[in-house]
Design a protein around this ligand. Sequence first.
Ligand code: S3P
Length: 426
Amino acid sequence: MNYFVKPGKKIYGEIECAGDKSISHRLALLGALASGDTIIRNYCTGQDFQSTLHCLAQLGVQHESSNNSIIVHGVGLHGLSATNSVLDAGNSGTTIRLLTGILAAQKFASTITGDDSLIQRPMKRIIEPLSLMGAQIEARKNNFPPLSIRGTELKPVSYILPVGSAQVKSAILLAALYAKGVTKIYDPFNSRNHTENLLPLFNAELHTENGWISLQNPATMKGINYMVPGDFSSAAFFISAALLLNNSSLLIRNVGLNPTRTGLLKVLHSMGAVIPLIKEYDIGNEMTGDFSVSSSELASITVDNTIVPSIIDELPLLAVLATKAHGLTIVKDAKELRYKETDRIKTITDNLTAIGIQINELKDGFTLKGPQTIIGGTVDSYGDHRIAMAMAIAGIASQEGIMIKNTECINISNPQFFTILNDILQ
Ligand code: S3P
């Protein structure tokens, strides 16, 4: 589907976003391995989360929806059943990587794959640590899906993450639920820590000390009732819209504010954005809160490895914001962007160039001197939800509007995106 985004005047109103995608995946997976029910309230409405639920159903884990909740009927750590069909993770990197950690420890073999984008994404990063635990995983060209997993008994490891990937960390932690003894992981990148936050709520014994995460096995997990905070990565697009259009004022309620996710807020504060926090509270080990956003004059910024993991999903959007920031914005140390749903350094650079922006592609990021006029034109999402939404925000700040090709991918994370945007856009 193609969608034409018209230039907007201002953003005004109050919104809430559907539940966090990363947390929803983890709740479903941990809920499946727990005894009893796990109730996931305000779950992520995107297709990626459905991919996780669908794979779990193929493995014999039933769920039902009621009101705004999904109830996962846990089968216990050893209750998954073998399936003859290939597991389909769709577009979801979190589904394939986290589930592989679990499948590696089962008493049966399985195969998992995904769509055209997912089968191009690197899996060596999980295969290596899981193999150290004894896992038997074969991949296309030793790196890409489909993954053929022969379940086996696993042993614990001590592992220092070589990439700032929460999916790798979480795959190891889920495998560690089956490895007798203590598994230890050091994450020098401080990647998102939702798995660590949730495991103790499910009754698993997890400790964090001096950056080392230790998980004690054997574990018996019990289902929980959990209210998922709004997805900060979805809210980020509306925050940016309000910053870019003059005379805007937006209130955002119940957003996840876990510091391993909110690098964009930190960066925006340094750029001069007006985003006062109104209230902050802890729900289920996750900081959550309400804040308001007003249109702001922005200054340029340099983003490097000290902050990249906590802003990784928002960097395409930062490129759009940088078009209006005074000075040279530099994003470096962000090579991981090349391994996402698309090569996001290339797709954001190509798209911004197509609408009249001068942006310089680096091997691990980009530079952009602002302010520049976004003229408008035609761009392509290339099937990447975050690229499509970033271009929609560029569209409302453009002179002539932007035609975005292939916008259906927005449903991967945020099916309400255009409804919310059109509600608050004047
Ligand atoms: C995610 C981790 C990040 C992020 C992705 C979701 C997760 O990926 O980009 O959108 O839920 O763990 P990496 O672990 O590959 O950095």
